[in-house]
Design a protein. Structure first.
Length: 262
């Protein structure tokens, strides 16, 4: 009899040391239940990093989190068949429109927006949706692979070969993003895996997934992230990663989800 594969996850969000408010939003759930996708288990992992001031950023990220998670979970529980990538893209686009609607009704919120990264696991198949610079990683065979492509000025300069990775660390445009929800009329949702260009990833026993806001990656290295997720189970790994981010200044909100496949 084949060994049963189990999946567990945990998530933590923290305001950091320099800010009094937390504009990040996080959603993480594991379920063992038949669903519209034909899988026997599923997991949903979402990180949203808001912008536009204290109230605006929080409203934007919370709206994205609630809209996306509700749409995806309701679709999984329905009887109609689904296409995972289409479902994720639709949920993110609907969150974008919801943010625009809220902003148009309140002048104080008109500059708000949010980045978002969504992972949907159906049994051992992972699907992603991504806008901005929150990230998803895969830890496998002693290496950390970035699954998402940052939609940022610095990432674009790196891809074009205009700057080196060393220059990117202190570049004056670090933190400037090219895509987000809630600012322009149209949003371009990325559903491709960074290294392969494919739309899904088949997970294996021993894999770890990390979803995080840029509050983590601003100061914590890939080596440190890999060490944490390989050493500890999800709940403790999340706590350790947040502590590392704060130990390195804690200048931003930090949110992280860790998923373990056994």
């Amino acid at each position: 009899m084949a060994k049963r594969v189990s999946v567990s996850s945990a998530g933590v969000t923290d305001a950091g040391l320099a800010r009094t408010s937390n504009e990040d939003s996080l959603f993480q759930i594991e379920r063992s239940a038949a669903n519209a996708a034909g899988a026997s288990t599923y997991g949903l992992y979402l990180i949203a990093d808001g912008m536009g001031g204290h109230s605006g950023g929080e409203v934007a990220s919370t709206t994205a989190m609630r809209t996306i998670s509700t749409i995806i979970l309701e679709s999984l529980r329905a009887n109609a068949p689904i296409q995972p990538t289409v479902l994720i893209r639709d949920a993110i686009e609907r969150a974008h429109r919801a943010i625009l609607t809220i902003a148009s009704a309140d002048r104080a919120l008109r500059s708000m927006g949010t980045t978002v990264t969504v992972g949907l696991r159906l049994d051992l198949e992972l699907y992603l949706g991504h806008v901005g610079d929150c990230r998803a990683y895969l830890a496998r065979d002693g290496r950390l692979h970035q699954l998402t492509e940052d939609h940022s000025v610095v990432a674009a300069l790196l891809r074009q070969g205009d700057i080196t990775p060393q220059q990117a660390i202190s570049h004056p445009d670090k933190g400037k993003i090219l895509r987000c929800l809630g600012v322009t009329q149209h949003v371009d949702v990325d559903t491709r895996l960074r290294e392969t260009g494919e739309g899904r990833l088949t997970l294996r026993p021993g894999d770890r997934l990390v979803f995080c806001s840029d509050g983590l990656t601003q100061g914590v290295s890939d080596v440190e992230i890999l060490d944490c997720v390989q050493r500890w189970r999800p709940r403790r790994a999340c706590g350790q990663l947040v502590r590392l981010a704060n130990a390195k200044g804690g200048t931003d909100n930090t949110s992280v989800i860790v998923v373990m496949v056994r």
